[in-house]
Ligand binder design. Structure first.
Ligand code: DX5
Ligand code: ZN
Length: 209
C-alpha cells in the first residue's frame, strides 16, 4: 500500500513538510481549495509553489476548485505525479483530463461521497487515478464515511468490467482502523492522523498494514 500525506491541517507546513521528507511516505498530497467549489480557501499559488524548498517527494495534487483549467498549468509545473480535480466540477471534464496528460502528468478524478460511482464511466479512458473521498471535501480531520469501503469495491468491479487499469486513492478520515477497510485501494491519503502525531514514521507504517 502506498501512502500520501496531506498537510492541510498543519499549523506549520514548512516544518511538517521537512519532517515528512525524512519518512518513507510515497507522496505529498497537496489540497487546493478556491473558496468556491468548497467554502475554505488554501494559500495562493505563489506561496504554495515554494513547496519544493521543503520536500523532494513527488506531489499528489487534489484540486477542489470550480475551474480546474485555470489551475492545471500552475500545478503541472511542480514535481507533480498525479493531478486530480472533481468530477462534480462544472467544466469540460474530458478536455481537462487530456490537458493534464499533455504535461505527461497522471490524470485523476476525485469523487465526493454522494456522487454515483457510475458518473466516472465516460472518463475511464482518460484516467490514471480515481481519488475516492472518504469525507465531504473541504476540510481535514473529519470522520471516515464507512460506505466508502463499498464504493471502492464497486469501482474495482467497474474497472474490471471496462478493462481499465486505474489507481484507487482514498482521501479523508484515514487512520489505522479505517485503513483496514480500504485494503482494495492502491494509495491511502492521510492528513490529520499523521500530522497531529509526534512520530510521523510510526503513523505512516501503521497505515501500510
Ligand atoms: C479533505 C481533503 C483531504 C484531507 C485529508 O477535503 O481533501 O485531503 O485533508 O485529511 P484527513 O486525513 O485529516 O481527513
Ligand atoms: Zn485531498
Amino acid at each position: 500500500m502506498k501512502i500520501s500525506a496531506s498537510f492541510l491541517t498543519s499549523k506549520n507546513p514548512a516544518y511538517d513538510l521537512k519532517k515528512l521528507n525524512d519518512t518513507d511516505v510515497d507522496y505529498i498530497h497537496v489540497d487546493i481549495m478556491d473558496g468556491k467549489f468548497v467554502k475554505n480557501k488554501t494559500m495562493p499559488y505563489r506561496e504554495m509553489k515554494t513547496i519544493y524548498k521543503y520536500t523532494s517527494k513527488r506531489l499528489d495534487v487534489h484540486l477542489m476548485v470550480e475551474n480546474p483549467m485555470k489551475y492545471i498549468p500552475l500545478y503541472a509545473e511542480l514535481n507533480t505525479e498525479y493531478l486530480s480535480f472533481h468530477v462534480e466540477a462544472d467544466c469540460d471534464t474530458e478536455r481537462a483530463l487530456r490537458f493534464i496528460r499533455e504535461y505527461s502528468i497522471k490524470a485523476g478524478l476525485a469523487i465526493s461521497p454522494n456522487t454515483p460511482v457510475s458518473d466516472l464511466i465516460p472518463y475511464l479512458p482518460y484516467l490514471d487515478m480515481v481519488l475516492v473521498m472518504g469525507v465531504e471535501p473541504g476540510k481535514g480531520g473529519q470522520e471516515f464515511i464507512e460506505e466508502t469501503a463499498d464504493r471502492i469495491k464497486e469501482l474495482k468491479g467497474l474497472f474490471k468490467e471496462y478493462h481499465a487499469s486505474i489507481v484507487i486513492n482514498v482521501d479523508g478520515g484515514i487512520n489505522e482502523s479505517t485503513a483496514k477497510m480500504c485494503q482494495d485501494a492502491d494509495i491511502l491519503t492521510s492528513g490529520n492522523y499523521i500530522i497531529s502525531s509526534n512520530d510521523f514514521q510510526e503513523k505512516i507504517s501503521s497505515l501500510r498494514g
